[in-house]
Design a protein around this ligand. Structure first.
Ligand code: TH1
Length: 836
């Protein structure tokens, strides 16, 4: 073994300096080697894509010593690791982020020059982003992984390697068209498949009872089918640290043994079918953001990745000969919404059926390990599984859930004797209508902490969503306000602003966003305000170019860029914004232009393919855009743009270019929002309701630097309880009447008065999201915006104060809070001994 050791790198030094040097020469050599040996290309005939691949492999090589040393450090040091379980990780493009966090952007640019590439952007352009998430929930998971690594906290993100992520969106004749997202075509250089760490997962079949060797009654599960989960690992490097955590995404494979059996009995096609069925498991992401479809394949996906992940955690203990009873000291398992909530039952099953623990011990371990984050109060988003479907797919889990529920309700009975109503309200089983499993109840009972994602939201969880649970376990409920990573959303997305910040306050803001407060001193410094504004203008010029290339619309970078980018949903009220645009259009048509600021109103976002109203809202916005942009009366005053295919990459262009951030959801409906934070950091002012994290953004940046409008959550509730009638609000507003009239006569649909009828009907019918109730106040706030825009120095000061006071919304702060109050984990610095 002595001679073998000599051939291995020394511990803490896995870097081969020849292959992984950090200077431009080494990066160039790495690229040349990868072109030749990995890609089979000559440098002379390499395409942009070849160069992207070569640079990515070269950068990946340079992560490897940090990645392997980090994994080895975590393995060797008995310290708690975070397991972040999420059905979505919307990680975005990887190359630029890894260059930034490694600190070799300049070197890469230098190396590219030798291939005749003048700008790194040319290469970044060709990167496919993995769309493994719908929106905020998936992006939050990605920001949290980046912050965990940057804070040097040992962590694994566990999820699914969907073969097809969120669809690509085309706009045809104003309608959304969905196109499959083939992100893996041509190979994705950032993943490391680990087939030797595959896990087996069962589905279906039945349970049977038996007596074990000690004479105890037990249940065992005989699944009728299996799938294999193959981990595909993505290194997640922290910012300028050695810590490199792991995102472990499971791909579903068919099981070989079943194939063999079928071959022997001659059922070749049957075998292939089962293989196809199990590979379907990780085939596609469900494109619903905040609506639950209750589909069997979705539950299968959830159990698949949760089971693989828990087996992986248990195996990590076994490998180190750590007793399974120690699980809570080594793993803290965070459930990102209820999508992985089956973990409560699956961990119990693994502990009881496979590791032979008794119920009480298994429950103690489960409860000490698991915590649950709720991300929505919308009833249509709360996961409920039809009991017969659940039993059919996971019969053993159903038995365990019944027992969890029985013991829990026993406890409740002791506390509230004779109160059957409260039992019905708290039960995991929903008995109303067809019986169903309420996943939020399972998660809440199984977890040691339940948190919401903004102060208001966490409060509403206690008051409205789970009041009986909050009364039973007040200490369990807490808040961790969301955050976003300043590395991607400022340092990488906004190089102009970053340069200015570096110059003014030094580079440490990137890891300590509270330092931005020093900018407050500059609020009256005209020189500095001009520099701040020109950084913004440069972002707007770039976006204007992109808009022209994508949509053919010419927009004026000196106009107010008024932006709403997020999933299209009625509760987010893109139609409220659209109505406001029509009102402005009418004013201009009527020659009332005195108080109007020149605006470019920009929309972007995808609608769930089955969500008719959301898709119609996209058509509606495009109908308005067509009319407005073709009307010479609007020149220099109003432009409307719908940006197709909004995703992480496009977000990186949009946030730095925005003056006004639209955060206009019905109060009480948006749990937090995270786009709102990205805008504020980049110096946009917010027009918004008192909803989600808007409340805290306004508190931090100052009410005078925020355009507030709309009914509060309690006013909305009151209105609803009184029997809300939108028509009473319409009756009081001439502008609203004129606006609705113009839509009804088909002004934005080539004279077709039917096309947008469903929008009119819903707004004048029961208007579930109180658009009519908030319209006038919204218009008033928009007038305030226009007025403020015209005093450009004042605007720039307000914008600067938004950036200066946005530090709280760094995901570093959120992650520190999770670490201290929920996970009880500490950083574990990683040492690399052989690098300079
Ligand atoms: C979002 C919330 O709507 C948003 O307010 C919040 O900022 C974000 O999560 C992060 O906390 C949600 N996304 C989903 C997606 C699905 C189901 C529920 C939610 S809640 C699929």
């Amino acid at each position: 073994s002595q001679s073998l050791d000599l051939r291995l790198p020394t511990p803490g030094c896995y870097a081969d300096p020849v292959r992984a040097g950090m200077d431009a020469d080494a990066v160039f050599d790495g690229m040349t080697e990868h072109l030749f040996f990995t890609l089979g290309k000559l440098a002379t005939s390499a395409s942009l894509r070849d160069l992207y691949m070569a640079l990515s492999f070269a950068v990946r090589d340079r992560l490897m010593s940090r990645y392997l040393t980090s994994q080895e450090t975590i393995r060797a040091r008995p310290q708690k690791t975070v397991a972040y379980l999420s059905a979505e990780f919307l990680i975005g493009p990887q190359l630029n982020n890894n260059l930034l966090n490694l600190g070799i952007k300049k070197e890469a640019e230098e190396a590219l020059k030798r291939f005749g590439i003048e700008s790194l952007n040319e290469i970044l352009e060709v990167e496919e982003e993995p769309g493994l998430g719908n929106g905020g929930l998936g992006r939050l998971a990605a920001c949290y992984m980046e912050s965990l690594a940057s804070l040097q906290v040992p962590a694994v993100g566990y999820g699914i390697r969907y073969e097809f992520g969120i669809f690509n969106q085309l706009i045809r004749d104003g309608w959304q068209v969905e196109v499959t997202d083939k992100w893996l075509k041509g190979g994705w250089p950032w993943e490391l498949p680990q087939p030797d760490e595959a896990c087996l997962v069962g589905f279906g079949g039945q349970t049977e009872s038996y007596t074990d060797d000690n004479g105890n009654y037990r249940s065992r599960w005989i699944p009728s089918e299996h799938a294999i989960g193959v981990p595909h690992d993505v290194p997640v490097l922290g910012y300028r640290v050695n810590s490199c955590d792991r995102l472990r995404l499971w791909r579903a494979d068919a099981t070989e043994s079943f194939d063999f059996y079928a071959f022997n009995i001659g059922d070749y096609y049957g075998a292939v079918e089962e293989k196809v069925a199990s590979e379907t498991l990780s085939k596609v992401l469900y494109p619903n953001d905040g609506t639950d479809e209750g589909r069997r394949l979705r539950l299968k996906q959830q159990h698949f990745f949760v089971s693989c992940s828990l087996q992986d955690m248990l195996r990590s203990l076994e490998k180190r000969s750590i007793a399974v009873e120690e699980f809570p000291n080594h793993w803290t398992v965070q459930l990102n919404d209820t999508h992985p909530a089956i973990a409560v039952a699956e961990l119990m099953r693994l502990l009881i059926d496979q590791h032979r623990l008794d119920w009480d011990k298994a429950w103690e371990i489960t409860n000490r390990s698991v915590a649950y984050t709720n991300h929505t109060l919308l009833p249509e988003a709360l996961e409920k599984w039809d009991l017969s479907l659940f039993k059919n797919l996971l019969p053993r889990h159903l038995e365990l859930i019944y027992e969890i529920n029985r013991r829990f309700l026993q406890q409740v009975r002791l506390k509230y004797p004779g109160n059957d109503l409260i039992l019905r309200k708290l039960s995991i089983i929903d008995e109303e209508g067809g019986k169903a499993i309420r996943m939020a109840h399972l998660a809440t009972i199984g977890a040691h902490h339940v948190n919401g994602v903004a102060a208001l939201h966490s409060d509403l969880i206690k008051r409205q969503l789970l009041p009986e649970f909050a009364q039973l376990w007040p200490e369990k409920f807490t808040n961790v306000t969301n955050g976003v990573t300043p590395r991607r959303w400022v340092a990488l997305a906004n190089p102009e602003l970053s340069k200015l910040l570096d110059k003014e306050i030094g580079p440490n803001w990137i890891t300590n966003m509270d330092l931005l407060l020093e900018l407050e001193k500059k609020e009256n410094d005209s020189n500095f305000l001009d520099l701040f504004a020109s950084a913004k203008l440069s972002g707007k010029r770039k976006l204007a170019g992109y808009i022209h290339r994508q949509t053919g619309v010419l927009v004026d970078p000196s106009s107010l860029f008024d932006v709403q980018v997020k999933r299209i949903h009625q509760y987010k009220r893109q139609h409220l914004n659209a109505l406001q645009v029509i009102a402005q259009y009418l004013r201009i048509k009527n020659g009332i232009t005195k108080n109007i600021a020149p605006r470019t109103v920009i929309f972007g976002g995808k609608a769930a393919p089955g969500y008719f109203m959301a898709k119609l809202m996209i058509r509606f916005i495009n109908g308005i855009a067509d009319v407005v942009n073709a009307d010479p009366d609007m020149d220099g005053l109003l432009r409307v743009v719908f940006l197709p295919d909004y995703n992480v990459k496009l977000g990186e262009q949009v946030y730095p270019a925005t003056d006004l951030s639209e955060q206009i959801s019905t109060a009480g409906k948006e749990a937090s929002g995270t786009g709102n934070m990205k805008f504020a950091m980049n110096g946009a002012l917010t027009i918004g309701t008192l909803d989600g994290a808007n409340v805290e953004i306004r508190d931090r940046v100052g009410a005078e630097n925020f355009f507030l409008f709309g009914k509060t959550e309690s006013e909305i509730m009151e209105l609803r309880d009184q029997g809300y009638s939108p028509n009473s609000f319409i009756a009081e507003s001439n502008e609203l009447q004129e606006t609705l009239k113009l839509i009804e006569v088909g002004h934005f649909s080539n004279g077709d008065s039917e096309l947008f009828r469903p929008i009119i009907n819903i707004l004048t019918g029961n208007d579930p999201f109180f658009v009519m109730a908030d319209f006038d106040d919204y218009l008033r706030a928009q007038d305030e915006v226009s007025k403020a825009w015209k005093k450009s120095k004042k605007w720039n000061r307000m914008a600067l104060l938004n950036t200066a006071r946005s530090g709280f919304f760094s995901s570093d702060r959120s992650i520190r809070e999770y670490c201290q109050s929920i996970w009880k984990v500490k950083p574990l610095p990683v040492e690399i001994s052989c690098e300079k």
